[in-house]
Design a protein around this ligand. Sequence first.
Ligand SMILES: N[C@@H](CCC(=O)N[C@@H](CS)C(=O)NCC(=O)O)C(=O)O
Length: 208
Amino acid sequence: MPPQARIFGTVISTYTRIVEITCEEAGIAHETIATAAQSHQNRHPFGKVPVVEIDELELIESVAITQYIDNAHNKSALQPSDPAARAICDKWVAIANNYLFPLFERGLVMPWIMHRVAGYPLDPEKINSALPQISRALGFCEAELQRDGAWKVHDFSLADVFLYPVLRGLELTPQGEVGISQCDAISSWMRVCEKRHSIEATRWETES
Ligand SMILES: N[C@@H](CCC(=O)N[C@@H](CS)C(=O)NCC(=O)O)C(=O)O
């Protein structure tokens, strides 16, 4: 049977994995077609990945894509039905997208990927200058998770789907690994996520 979803994205991509996890959660057969970001501005006006073909639709933007898949194919199981819980879930998806991802990606994740994959030299000054803000962001997430469970308002929600790859990407850098190891609640939540089939089935090749 041909895959129900065709995901055009880079291989080590946070957002491609977010869509892959959602497909796994919904039990949708999917394939990822390696596509360089910026190479397909005819399909994404800002050159981002992923772009997804599903149900004769072409979708962009991970929030729209994941909500569509969850609503159309998963009985909305990843979105709390209680309005207050839903607002908390949406808030953490927004925090992951608007603050954590850009901070981690620019400060550590991309410099390390470019270094490991393409041999680009690391700029220690640039990395060191990003660390205080990254550390503050991790401290905020850790304190919220310890105080009242933060995004854990639902068994496993889109907040988990977005936050896990964002934090895991950070953890795969040496400085990120140290930072996350100092956050007990985040570390335990990540290790629980890793037991879930959708997370396990979408591991990046670079994960040991
Ligand atoms: N708002 C987009 C963000 C997607 C995004 O930033 N994707 C990254 C890869 S994980 C990308 O395309 N980066 C390439 C670039 O910014 O040039 C979404 O939600 O899908």
